[in-house]
Design a protein around this ligand. Sequence first.
Ligand code: GLU
Length: 452
Amino acid sequence: MWDLDESTGAIVDKFMIGLKRRNPGENEFHQAVYEVAGSVMPYILDHKQYRDAYILERMTEPDRVISFRVCWEDDKGHIRANRGYRVQFNNAIGPYKGGLRFHPSVNLSILKFLGFEQTFKNSLTTLPMGGGKGGSDFNPKGKSSREVMRFCQSFMATLYNHIGAKRDVPAGDIGVGGREIGYLFGQYKRLANEFTGVLTGKGLSYGGSLIRPEATGYGCVYFANEMMKHKGEDISGKVCVVSGSGNVAQFTVEKLLHLGAKPVSMSDSGGSIYDENGITEEKLAFIKDLKNNRRGRIKEYADKYGCQYLEGQRPWGIKCDAAFPCATQNEICGDDAQTLVNNGCRMVSEGANMPTDMPGVNVFMKAQILYAPSKAANAGGVATSGLEMTQNATALPWTREEVDQKLLGIMKNIHGQCVKYGESGSGVDYVKGANVAGFVKVADAMLAHGAV
Ligand code: GLU
């Protein structure tokens, strides 16, 4: 039990010592928990029911971690082995829900941080979804579609035992898009001999939802616009720096264009493009074809449109009004954040999961810019997965407009929850707002369920 005479900071530090001892070497997981603990600890200390129930210790321990070998055969006939995972983090408010990531960097720390974040994010959507995450260290880059298919089939041959429409509903994340979801769904259907909404992000012809591909990027921009509107402004005319060039980045740029903003950059692991004239709808169509069909490098954009290519660099040195990190975790460090602020950036809306490291977050907080953490800003993706689950359960698909309106409504609602728990005299602390709002719903459900 905590000593309530100690300062909140000292209590958080003690809590973190225990967490690190129980989860050695899992730096990304430590980082995600630390950010949440800093925000929710004062709230917990003020509420005896949470203190007495040992709630934060319980919430930071995943319900279950599944790890398995995935064997598959490559095109040369060689047998390959990867590691697969599913972290079922918390199902207090609904079935486990969260994406699968295929990337060589995938390890338990990364999936635990993602599963933990997902629990809070899903709570914020107001839909009945618990938190989970999974994936593999399989690298899809350079693999043929047949190799990807064989990998997905083998991965699902084990994952199949642990998921289900009412148990755990995976979706995509980095390295898992429409193609992979199709192969995973096909294998699940074959093994279960059942057609159910066991995955989201499905193709339209077999139970997918309109707007799901667009949802994370669109939602991230809707959230940014809500933050600006709360201050009496809007996003139109703003120069925006976007990182990444995958699904989230593409639809972030698309929605920025719809709302009259000026996106000037995108990036991949090779470098960034800086298009001072702005990325247009036509140029975005080129990026989509390059990345989704030809699986090429973003440098081709710079060659084709004659703009700057910043080899090996992220786009944070580019002067902008707003930044949308949409690539991956820890892509903005303290120095990057300082550069953005010094160059006049006044808003950050995170499309990727935890793209800003702790020193970076501190820079944004100190500068008092509008800073939307990923669990709020990118919740539109999983929220629309929730809408896909509802459509599957009722067998009634909605129109594009209906889904988009619901998505916008959900992002406004998340913004409202952040304001409710994060507003003070000096403005809205979106980190605190998102963490406390996400926490309360899950914590109350856990209290109601007793010590399980
Ligand atoms: N991977 C996405 C996320 O980080 C979406 C998960 C889902 O739709 O289940 O929220």
